[in-house]
Design a protein around this ligand. Structure first.
Ligand SMILES: *[C@@H]1O[C@H](CO)[C@@H](O)[C@H](O)[C@H]1NC(C)=O
Ligand SMILES: *[C@@H]1O[C@H](CO)[C@@H](O)[C@H](O)[C@H]1NC(C)=O
Ligand SMILES: *[C@@H]1O[C@H](CO)[C@@H](O)[C@H](O)[C@H]1NC(C)=O
Length: 401
């Protein structure tokens, strides 16, 4: 009798764990395809609150996690061409071994294609994706004091894998797990043991294993990046990602996070930032020609096969098959759903022409005249012109000398 009860309870327990593991892996897939960077609520729902211990990683101690990760990075980069990254061997890029990683930051604003570009860079093997360090500032733009010093300090510390004293960052992350989940290589270990993600000591050590370190920031303007660019020790490369403000505003229209914040819903604020970014880009590129590059989102979406290799070359990253595979799987298929990177295709950049009403477009064009002109976006003259096939909003632009 006793034996039989035991047998049944083992069966039930086994069945339950299989279900839980299946549920766990399903959620994992969802979080991957869902990364809407700013719609916090959706992400949180997709991460189960009560999670079984991962039967594999959950049992590993820190030393084993570190050892496994070192090994995986080495294997994944076995055939990597380190000359492209300006070094001779993997160790030269690993902080733990006294090397300097390849560090990059994408600077942009909400709904300008950073999710896609961020994931392209994260498809490079051995990439540690710092994601958005300034999430806890919520929906504001940082253009100077009072926030800029602390924000820049935070970005610098993270790029150096120094998470000591970043209590605000970790506190915010505890209730906004997407702050960590986009960092897939970290999340692999803490999706079932979240305390690892909140642990400054673990994240600092873990981060130091990775040869490529990428970050995207949508809450701070380019002008302030000067401080990072002149920091020789950081050796940072910056990509400014620009998008047609009409496309940005269309994409922000149905985002709840946007409504309470003027920095998000007022086209005049968006476009003042775009003008400021233009001035900063012109000046900083002449000072740091090999450290700053500008990319328009429309060209990235229309021609990912040409644009991405150019961006990687600028960053000092050799193209890998994992990047090619990412592009193949994320640029051809259209899957409906908010902010899915699957939607990056030829249709997306100009969707605003068919969904925005011309009165609103006129308002944006009025507020954004200078920004549109500087960044090479043509005006739509009237409703039929806006939707006509002959209207190509893209023009050339040049930075100021
Ligand atoms: C590695 O990259 C360098 C610089 O781009 C190039 O000259 C060299 O031929 C490449 N080596 C291999 C094995 O592809
Ligand atoms: C990029 O190249 C791949 C393979 O070479 C091709 O299948 C794909 O259609 C191209 N994508 C675009 C957007 O041109
Ligand atoms: C709309 O603008 C186009 C291009 O400027 C122009 O040729 C056309 O006559 C305009 N249509 C109307 C109805 O005003």
């Amino acid at each position: 009798m006793l034996r039989r009860v035991n047998f049944y309870s083992i069966c039930i327990a086994f069945g339950l764990s299989v279900l839980l593991i299946l549920a766990g892996s399903r959620y994992t897939d969802n979080t991957y395809y869902r990364p809407s960077p700013e719609s916090h609520r959706i992400i949180e729902i997709s991460i189960p609150q009560e999670i079984p211990t991962n039967p594999y990683d959950g049992s590993l101690n820190i030393a084993t996690i570190m050892e496994k990760t070192r090994y995986n990075i080495k294997i994944e980069l076995e055939n990597y061409n380190f000359t492209v990254s300006g070094v001779k061997k993997l160790d030269d890029l690993i902080m733990e071994s006294g090397g300097q990683p390849v560090r990059s930051i994408i600077i942009s604003t909400w709904r300008s294609g950073t999710t896609f570009l961020g994931e392209v860079l994260n498809s490079v093997p051995g990439n540690y994706y710092h994601y958005e360090p300034l999430l806890n500032y919520e929906i504001i733009q940082i253009r100077g004091t009072p926030h800029s010093d602390k924000a820049l300090n935070m970005i610098t510390k993270m790029l150096k894998c120094d998470y000591e004293g970043m209590d605000d960052y970790f506190e915010y992350g505890k209730t906004h797990l997407h702050q960590f989940s986009h960092n897939t290589r970290l999340w692999d270990h803490c999706k079932y043991r979240k305390e690892l993600c909140f642990d400054a000591d673990f994240t600092s050590k873990f981060c130091r294993l990775f040869p490529f370190q990428s970050m995207k920031v949508v809450r701070i303007r380019l002008r302030l990046m000067k401080q990072l660019l002149e920091n020789k020790e950081l050796n940072i490369k910056v990509i400014l990602l620009i998008r047609d403000p009409r496309g940005v505003m269309q994409s922000r229209q149905h985002r709840n996070f946007c409504q309470p914040s003027p920095d998000c819903w007022k086209p005049e604020l968006l476009c003042a930032d775009m003008v400021s970014d233009y001035v900063a880009a012109s000046r900083l590129i002449s000072e740091y020609p090999d450290r700053l590059m500008v990319q328009r989102y429309e060209e990235l979406a229309l021609e990912p096969n040409n644009t991405v290799p150019r961006l990687l070359k600028f960053l000092g990253i050799s193209p890998t098959t994992s990047v090619e595979e990412f592009l193949l799987s994320h640029t051809n298929v259209e899957v409906s759903g908010v902010s899915s990177t699957f939607r990056v295709s030829r249709e997306v950049p100009f969707k605003w022409r068919n969904v925005l009403n011309f009165d609103y477009v006129e308002d944006i064009q009025m507020a954004c005249k200078e920004a549109l002109n500087l960044w090479g976006y043509k005006l739509a003259h009237n409703a039929s012109h806006m939707t006509s096939k002959d209207f190509n909003p893209l023009d050339n632009y040049t930075l100021a000398q």
